[in-house]
Design a protein around this ligand. Structure first.
Ligand code: TXE
Length: 485
């Protein structure tokens, strides 16, 4: 049960698998794996549906999304329960960071698609084209493939699903094998919204295929027109190679090692709360979580005392129980990654102030929230994505040193700087690899990219942004002639 799933059958392909509650280890459900043919069928259905869906006026597609937002809000409690049972996160996080973020994304896409996709006049001054008018319009690409992870099983795919659909595309989603039910519930909810909008035509533009990595591979090789993949660097690299082989445009979001910098004039109570929340939320399994914290030497020991105190008060347990602050990790495999990084750091001289070990008495995948210091950048804990409830803190002496530390990473996704000055010295310009930057730690907004084009290996593309709809469209130029008189 290492990976959190149990494969029934020899190859795990054309067979079935089971899902487990990460808090208790109990079996949740069994699923059939979608084969290459099943994936091809789903893509063909989405393509057929795209014909009628793309011909609907944009306002009608937006109305469907608004209906989805309402249904998400109405079904928030059962949806949150499903998310918690599959992912382990506390119910309030499932509600706020998955269900409500998804509803927000639906409303945002519905409200902004028309202006983002509005055709644009292309001005020119060529006298030879005096009687010609050019226009740039944004046509849907066709069918978008989405491969998504387990850490935000609803909000991560939903933002992309909505942007792609409102633009007039069909969508085929392959969710993580650890959280398939959330995706199936989402698909059912979207289809209900179609019915309620009197759009009962079949087939449906949004299709979900369930399976393991091979099903994802089948989607990459299928007849889709663009792909977004969110997951690990290793799998992302394989996906990029497979996509390159067939010249499939692909957007990759592969995680991060986000730095938090606390300046000497920061409000320590607020900054320490943010560090604890930013590193522990969703048991640290967030691509924009606080993975490294750099604190000015003059406030370092006070900051550590505050963090230690706040971590010691966290209520660890089954996320479905009221009052739980911190749930389990998603799987034993994820727990092993965290354990290995902390152990290695300890052997190399790190000091664990609190935590630093699994909590098997609570369940198979629990890891104690951990505060750790005496670190350096040779340690995997400071270089590789940890994706666990660990807050590593290092002191710095000057702003330049803080910037050097923050930039010393192969990843680049987001960062935060904490201080009282309106424009802190380590500005976004000084953190060149950071793709989004904030004075606070916050959940992503549908209107702002937290994933942007980058040469760093973490991300490419900015799907959760105002421009998201354009990413799922093909800009096309048309020219018309109008002679005077
Ligand atoms: O990811 P995988 P895993 C990071 C995090 C974590 C690590 C591993 O550090 O420890 O990745 O997580 C599908 N072709 N993130 O193992 O394997 C798979 O079925 C096509 C960061 O869960 O990358 C699932 O749907 N698809 C991240 C998805 O890829 C394939 C969130 C992700 O699985 C495939 C999650 C293949 N060959 C993990 N193999 C973030 N950025 O938030 C697997 N898949």
């Amino acid at each position: 049960m290492d990976s959190g799933i149990h494969i029934v059958g020899k190859s795990g392909y054309r067979d079935g698998f089971s899902t487990f509650n990460p808090a208790t280890g109990e079996t949740l459900a069994n699923y059939q794996v979608a084969s290459v043919d099943d994936v091809a069928d789903a893509v063909a259905r989405a393509r057929l549906a795209q014909l009628w869906w793309s011909r609907l006026p944009l306002l009608r597609r937006a109305a469907v999304l608004r209906r989805v937002a309402k249904l998400l809000c109405d079904a928030r409690e059962p949806l949150a329960r499903t998310i918690t049972s599959e992912s382990g996160k506390p119910l309030q996080e499932a509600l706020l960071n998955d269900v409500m973020v998804a509803a927000d994304a639906a409303v945002f896409c519905a409200g902004n698609a028309a202006s983002v996709l509005r055709p644009q006049h292309i001005p020119h001054s060529n006298p030879a084209l005096r009687f010609k008018r050019s226009q740039l319009s944004f046509e849907p690409l066709g069918v978008i493939g989405i491969i998504s992870p387990w850490n935000y099983p609803l909000s991560i795919p939903a933002a992309d699903v909505f942007a792609a659909l409102v633009t007039g595309n069909g969508v085929v989603l392959k969710p993580s094998e650890l959280t398939p039910q959330t995706a199936l519930d989402f698909e059912a909810l979207f289809n209900r919204a179609l019915d309620e909008e009197a759009l009962t035509a079949l087939p449906r533009p949004f299709q979900v295929v369930i399976g393991l990595g091979l099903t994802g591979q089948a989607l990459v090789s299928s007849d889709i027109d663009k792909l977004i993949f969110t997951g690990s660097v290793a799998t992302g690299r394989r996906v990029a190679v497979a996509a390159a082989n067939r010249l499939l445009p692909v957007v990759l979001e592969l995680g991060g090692k986000d730095a938090m910098v606390v300046l000497d004039d920061a409000d320590l109570d607020t900054a320490s709360s943010a560090a604890v929340w930013g590193s522990m939320m969703n048991a640290g399994q967030t691509c924009i979580s606080v993975e490294r914290c750099y604190v000015h030497r003059s406030i370092y020991s006070r900051f550590l005392t505050l963090c230690r105190d706040k971590i010691s008060k966290l209520n660890i347990g089954d996320g479905s129980l009221p009052g739980t602050d911190l749930g389990p990790l998603i799987s034993l495999a994820q727990l092993q990654i965290v354990k290995k990084q902390v152990e290695e750091a300890r052997i190399l001289g790190a000091t664990v102030h609190i935590g630093g070990e699994p909590l098997p008495n609570l369940g198979p995948n629990f890891y104690a929230p951990t505060l750790i210091t005496d670190l350096d950048h040779s340690m995997s804990l400071m270089r590789e994505e940890t994706f666990g409830p660990v807050l590593p803190v290092m002191p710095f002496s000057t702003d330049d040193e803080a910037v050097l530390f923050a930039n010393d990473s192969e990843f680049g996704l987001s960062a935060s700087v904490w201080g009282r000055t309106a424009t802190p010295p380590p500005s976004p310009v000084a953190l060149p690899q950071v793709l989004s930057w904030s004075m606070t730690s916050s959940p992503p907004l549908p209107s702002a990219p937290h994933r942007t084009a980058a040469s760093r290996r973490a991300a490419s593309g900015a799907p959760m942004a105002v421009s998201a709809c354009r990413r799922w469209s093909a800009p096309s130029t048309s020219m018309s002639i109008s002679f005077p008189g």
